[in-house]
Design a protein around this ligand. Structure first.
Ligand code: LLP
Length: 433
């Protein structure tokens, strides 16, 4: 099985997720359905927390990247697990607030925060802004000045590192739309500017090199570049950064051929590089942060669908259409992302039928996965499970073709509960006048 929280019922016929029968869950809650394994989310948080406690000094915390999957219950879990959060919009801030999350542990990202966002975040006491550019620093200075306080800020830098992931999610290169480049000297100039702002407290620096990263030493190389920059700022301005945030990005297994990353080992490796580099440069070791999203929630998720039609075009190909699609699972349509699928009620049958599993949107690109092997008996009413869907599915879902978004059901300790209600047809017209 692609992840250890996936197994098969005793008689071999049904797929289990977090020990629970997915066919019964589909019957109870309907499909399409997002499932989330709460224990898995908590155990990933604990792995990061323990690795940070073991390796880094006080104040160093992992920050859950909300963009991976954001709803109220998720923030409550993050709060209970002692995680900080990365938020990227007023919408994520509002959701965290509604969940009762302590926003002093929130880091506000985005390459374009509007004046309204800046004011909203300040009024709600978001702990840190991760500022992307000089325009933002000016807006933060203006709004903080009006409120007569100093806003804590990190600067987002591009260390010029190619993480060998796909282009759409590679963000740390010099020509990125995000952050300020170290290589061009712009980052250094911006630090000089920030240090002159009376209502901005510069706490340190941030970088994020990309997502779904497996390449060996990407985080180590980024850490060295960032620490070199910290040392340069100390020489140039006498300013020593208190925090270094290395962003998110560790990859997860979607298919058998993806490697398995051991977060404990990875964080230990980065920590060794940080310790030795700080010593070499003669700088105080900053508080360290990272912003894992995918590696916290991806393999805690699964989507269940019901098969509607099976169509074979002799001499060409076969299609299995399901009752969801790119609206709830857009990653194949966007990135040709690979996934593992199972026929959840036919686990004992051999998979000898090749088909593309497709959605119900009016678009040929609405594909869940092309050319997968399924049992040849697959027909209307069967349940298809799409694995590793806890990250960037619900958070990227849309109502394209006016399809309501699925419910999210949490699995915990052998029971289940609804964390996000299924959208109704009434929900779809809620804002229509
Ligand atoms: N921090 C920053 C500043 C980020 O931009 C991201 C992701 C993260 C942390 C979390 O990265 P993670 O640990 O989840 O890899 N929609 C794409 C992924 C976009 C990632 C955007 N930024 C996908 O579905 O693959």
């Amino acid at each position: 099985m692609i992840c250890e929280n996936i197994s098969v019922s005793r008689d071999g016929s049904h797929l289990l997720f977090a020990g629970q029968d997915t066919v019964s869950l589909a019957q109870e809650y309907g499909t399409p359905l997002y499932l989330m394994d709460e224990e898995r989310i908590r155990s990933r948080c604990r792995t990061y927390k323990a690795a940070f406690a073991r390796n880094f000094g006080p104040g160093s915390v992992p920050l859950y990247a909300s963009k991976a999957n954001c709803f109220k219950r998720m923030y409550q879990i993050m709060q209970e697990e002692g995680m900080g959060i990365d938020v990227v919009s007023s919408g994520e801030i509002y959701t965290a607030l509604q969940a009762g999350f302590d926003l002093s542990k929130a880091y506000f990202h985005s390459n374009n925060k509007t004046d309204w966002d800046v004011a909203y975040a300040m009024d709600n006491h978001v702990g840190y802004f991760v500022a992307d550019n000089a325009e933002e620093i000016k807006a933060v200075e203006r709004e903080a000045g009006k409120r007569n306080f100093r806003q804590q800020v990190l600067l987002r830098l591009t260390p010029g590192i190619d993480p060998h992931t796909y282009e759409a999610i590679s963000t740390g290169k010099v020509d990125s739309k995000f952050g300020v480049a170290i290589e061009t000297g712009q980052a250094s100039d911006l630090v000089g500017f920030v240090l002159k702002q009376p209502h901005v407290e510069l706490c340190g620096f941030h970088c994020h090199v990309g997502s779904q990263v497996f390449a060996e030493d990407v985080f180590e190389r980024a850490a060295v570049k960032m620490l070199d920059f910290i040392a340069e700022m100390k020489r140039k301005y006498g300013y020593e950064a208190r925090q270094l945030d290395l962003g998110g990005g560790y990859g997860v297994r979607y298919v058998e051929s993806d490697p398995h990353l051991d977060i404990d080992v990875k964080v230990d490796e980065v920590a060794r590089t940080i310790h030795s580099t700080c010593e070499r440069l003669g700088i105080r070791e900053p508080e360290i942060h990272m912003e894992p999203g995918r590696s916290i929630v991806a393999d805690a998720g699964m989507v269940l669908y019901t098969v509607g039609t099976v169509k074979t075009i002799p001499g060409y190909k076969s299609y299995v259409s399901i009752d969801g699609g790119m609206g709830d699972s857009p990653r194949y349509a966007l990135y040709k992302a690979k996934y593992t699928l199972y026929a959840a009620n036919k686990m004992a049958e051999p998979c000898d039928f090749k088909a593309s599993v497709v959605g119900r949107c009016c678009e040929s690109g609405d594909i869940i996965q092309a050319g997968v092997m399924l049992p040849s008996s697959i027909h209307r009413g069967d349940i298809i499970a799409l694995c590793t869907t806890g990250a960037y599915h619900y958070s990227m879902a849309s109502n394209y073709n006016r399809l309501p978004r699925p419910a999210t059901v949490m699995l915990s300790g052998g029971t289940s509960y609804v964390a996000v209600r299924r959208e109704s047809l009434e929900d779809l017209v809620r804002n229509d006048l």
